[in-house]
Write a protein that binds this ligand. Structure first.
Ligand code: SAM
Length: 290
């Protein structure tokens, strides 16, 4: 059981020692040891008894236990089999937690979400950094029925996800995430909040999944291909970026023509444009190629 009045640092240390657990760098094992941050994650995720929470990478169960106190059910997916007996011990006081020993990238999250379609499904995690973008983009792009994703990620990644046009962090990731979600940076988390201490700072970000994207476009894939091209060469104009990435079959003059038809000139830079601008560009290109 997790003892609330015990500091997370000494509790974590005691469990590590008891099981002679060795941290595995390849699994991004940096366990949260700060109560304040733990509370922030829990409060921002807004979990209640109607929620089924999928936790990616429960570690020794610190976050899992707090989520389980509020949720209808927690499904905790942990890749490291040596953590499973530890989780069975630390979470023994709960009857609403399923532990799945598997790689989250191989788990059918959609199937789990659909199984609990009468509940709200939320994702909560202190994510191993190496899977952050693939797992979030898979959940969003495949439109898994989840309501929100509240995750600890590398600070730079959180800021890129939440960035607005014409800021240094703005790029293709900002647009991809914001097409599907409303992002909110919950907290900055310094590296000393983890055991062992990672080399980077982190942040908690909450992504509230939109029922329907605000931005409408005729061909989503084309819009994201254009976005990818627009940010492929940071210092170049949109025109040059599009042309240098193949121009979608158009000559440079034709691209100038398409852009000017919708009010963008040759000096326009991708980093100044929002989702609705990219949707207009995609629709103008699509009109010529379909
Ligand atoms: N949730 C714990 C906490 O906050 O202290 C641990 C977080 S630690 C940053 C990441 C956890 O994810 C580790 O327990 C690690 O073993 C697990 N993990 C890493 N890769 C995974 C994967 N592909 N699928 C499932 N779990 C994974």
């Amino acid at each position: 059981m997790i003892f609330i009045n015990e500091t997370l640092f000494s509790k974590t240390k005691a469990i590590i020692n008891k099981y002679e657990f060795t941290f595995k760098k390849k699994f991004g094992q940096n366990f949260l040891i700060d109560n304040h941050v733990l509370n922030k994650i829990i409060s921002s995720a807004e979990i209640d008894e109607n929620d089924v929470v999928i936790e990616i990478g429960p570690g020794i169960g610190t976050l899992t236990a707090e989520v389980a106190k509020k949720a209808f059910k927690v499904i905790a997916v942990e890749i490291d089999r040596t953590l499973v007996p530890i989780l069975r011990d630390t979470l023994s006081g709960f009857n609403n937690i399923d532990i799945i020993n598997d790689d989250i990238l191989k788990v059918d999250i959609k199937k789990i979400a659909e199984k609990y379609s009468d509940k709200r499904v939320k994702i909560v995690a202190n994510l191993p950094y190496y899977i952050t973008t693939p797992i979030i983009m898979e959940i969003l792009e495949k439109r898994f029925p989840v309501e929100s994703i509240t995750v600890m990620v590398q600070k730079e990644v959180a800021y890129r996800m939440g960035a607005k046009p014409a800021t240094k962090d703005y790029g293709a990731l900002s647009l991809s995430v914001q097409y599907f979600c409303e992002p909110y940076i919950v907290a900055n988390v310094p590296r000393n909040c983890f055991m062992p201490r990672p080399n980077v700072d982190s942040a908690v970000i909450k992504l509230t999944v939109l029922k329907e994207p605000f931005t409408k476009t005729e061909n989503i894939k084309l819009m994201f291909d254009i976005i990818k091209s627009a940010f492929s060469q940071r210092r170049k104009t949109l025109l040059n970026c599009l042309f240098n990435s193949g121009g979608f079959g158009f000559s440079k003059d034709e691209i100038v023509g398409i852009l000017s038809e919708i009010g963008f000139d040759e000096k326009t830079r991708g980093e100044t444009l929002g989702l609705s601008d990219f949707a207009r560009i995609a629709d103008a290109v699509y009109k010529k190629i379909r």
